[in-house]
Design a protein around this ligand. Structure first.
Ligand code: AMP
Length: 542
């Protein structure tokens, strides 16, 4: 017997409809790429999204076509995001921090037909245009007054391009399982692979992510997504904010500490989200200027491990709660968030920080397991490391065009390529990427744990740990350090600081100092480059 409920397909454009009806005048504030602060509302965003959908259709864009954006977080980006998916096409957010050849590869692989871009990226695209044969038209997210002279094919200013349309448009009623968006994985090895989100997966994921124990956004929140919309489905905030009716503050192109601080204070931001490197810049700025965080209540930190010292600083010095989060492009992207369940909620001081160092627990819709290399399940005892595998309705089942072949195990789980432990409360602790874990004498050493500990030293700006071949132990850890400006800390000081806080056999065998640690396009430490850099390194006693 079937239930007698209405069939209401989970389409993403219903989210902006909801916001425009029930949170019509809630503001969307942007630091525009042209410079000034720009203010609009969810109702106005929806109207312009409808015009975008109309204009795309007039352009010949049909259901399933891919339309790229190479753009910062702004209200205009939000308008075209909904306009693209609203006409049945697929938004493809392109990360401008990728190498130009990678941008050409993914735009070609996705077969993007139209490309929306910001003024910032016009020169980059002009250089790259002959490698982007699928793109029929470039739309610059600006108005006629700011439109530059450009050689880009059929280039037009966005505001001019939609000006002739009235917004009298009915969203395309595609199947809820139809593709709505796509994002390529950062691809530290091999070519980036395309992850294709459906309308249904985006809606379900955003609902799960909004739960109080997860992002917990409300209509009273003022949310600033510093994490770019082009990084891992923008952590689903382009859906979550209008779904909750939160005021939205978009930082545009400026993500330095001073600019972020200015917006946090001037717009009364209560919740923000980004990778640790952004927060390093903010905290440094606050330290230098003596600035305060007067309205911020919660900062969501993920994309790479959030160091304990960062959590402590936010909480103890600025009174801002840190929510550590883990996820990946393939998971739409949120996997776990570290809100505190009753078993941990009353902890204080170091015991609380011990839990907050973990990546947290998943919402309903995500199942996870850890296994050994043969696929046998491992216990949830907070100690045993295993390969982390996940399944759920917003987790990829295969990559675009079948790249990488079959990616699920016989139970339908996706191997995250992360290694972690799970505790009795279901809290995940990521100990490494499977290729970064240090294999020493048949045991595993977590490079992330060592890095987190080392950055707790007051003179250390950044730390990375890689395994170096060792004749006896197979591999041993090398700690690579960037000193804080003007500090003179030496290897012995850092090792003394670490001693006693980890098992003796985890202690790095040596410390190397560098001026800079390389990062990927999504702000993660680029271990492949570090391994190349230290390819010939030998421990003195090995
Ligand atoms: P991406 O798809 O670019 O977001 O990268 C996903 C990968 O980033 C994950 O598989 C993890 O290796 C890493 N990652 C994300 N969040 C965290 C975190 N909180 N701690 C440690 N690693 C993380």
């Amino acid at each position: 017997m079937l239930g007698l409920m209405q069939d209401w397909p989970l389409r993403c454009h219903r989210i902006i409809d909801h916001a425009a009806l029930f949170h019509a005048n809630r503001e969307v504030v942007s630091r525009s790429v042209e410079g000034p602060i720009h203010r609009t509302t969810y109702a106005a965003i929806r109207t312009k999204a409808l015009k975008t959908a109309q204009a795309l259709e007039a352009e010949g864009i049909r259901v399933g076509d891919r339309v790229a954006t190479l753009a910062w977080n702004t209200g205009r980006h939000l308008e075209v995001w909904y306009g693209i998916l609203g006409c049945g096409a697929v938004y493809h957010t392109v990360n401008p921090r990728l190498f130009p050849e990678q941008i050409a590869y993914i735009v070609g692989h996705a077969e993007d037909r139209v490309l929306f871009t910001d003024l910032t990226f016009v020169p980059l695209l002009e250089k790259l245009a002959d490698k982007l044969p699928t793109v029929e038209r470039y739309i610059v997210l600006t108005d006629a007054a700011h439109m530059p002279q450009t050689s880009l094919k059929n280039a037009v200013a966005y505001e001019d391009w939609i000006a002739g349309f009235d917004g009298d448009y009915a969203w395309k009623e595609v199947d809820e399982n139809a593709a709505a968006g796509m994002c390529y994985t950062s691809g530290t090895t091999g070519n980036p692979k395309g992850v294709l989100y459906s309308h249904r997966s985006n809606v379900l994921h955003s609902m799960a992510a909004l739960q109080v124990d997860m992002l917990g956004l409300s209509s009273n929140d003022v949310v600033m997504p510093v994490v770019p919309m082009f990084h891992a489905n923008g952590w689903s905030l382009a859906f979550g904010m209008p779904m909750a009716g939160s005021k939205c503050v978009m930082p545009g192109a400026k993500m330095d500490g001073a600019s972020i601080h200015e917006l946090l204070e001037s717009e009364g931001v209560t919740c923000t989200a980004a990778v640790p490197t952004i927060w390093l810049m903010l905290l440094q700025h606050l330290e230098e200027t003596g600035g305060k965080l007067s309205t911020l209540k919660k900062v969501v930190i993920g994309g790479s491990a959030c160091p304990r010292a960062m959590t402590k600083k936010f909480q103890d010095t600025y009174g801002v709660e840190v929510i550590h989060a883990w996820g990946m492009t393939e998971m739409s992207p949120l996997g776990t968030l570290c809100s505190l369940k009753p078993a941990y909620a009353k902890l204080t001081g170091d015991a609380r920080l011990d839990v907050q160092e973990k990546q947290g627990h998943p919402p309903f819709t995500i199942e996870m397991k850890i296994t050994d290399d043969e696929g046998n399940p491992l216990p949830w005892d907070d100690k045993t490391f295993g390969r982390l595998k996940v399944r759920g309705p917003a987790i990829t089942s295969s990559y675009f065009k079948g790249e990488g072949g079959e990616i699920l195990d016989e139970e339908g789980y996706f191997d995250t390529n992360d290694v972690g432990t799970i505790d009795q409360e279901g809290y995940l602790r990521i100990t490494d990427r499977s290729k970064d874990v240090i294999k020493s004498g048949g045991e595993w050493i977590s490079s992330i744990d060592l890095e987190n500990l080392a950055v707790g030293h007051p003179d250390v700006a950044e730390a990375a740990v890689i395994g170096i071949a060792h004749p006896k132990w197979d591999e041993r850890p090398l700690l690579i350090i960037v000193r804080k400006e003007g500090r003179e800390v030496e290897a012995g000081d850092i090792l003394d600081f670490m001693k006693g806080k980890i098992a003796n056999w985890w202690m790095p065998d040596a410390v190397a100092f560098v001026d800079e640690i390389p990062h990927t396009a999504t702000g993660k430490i680029q271990k492949t480059t570090l391994r190349e850099q230290f390819h010939d390194y030998k421990f003195t006693d090995a």
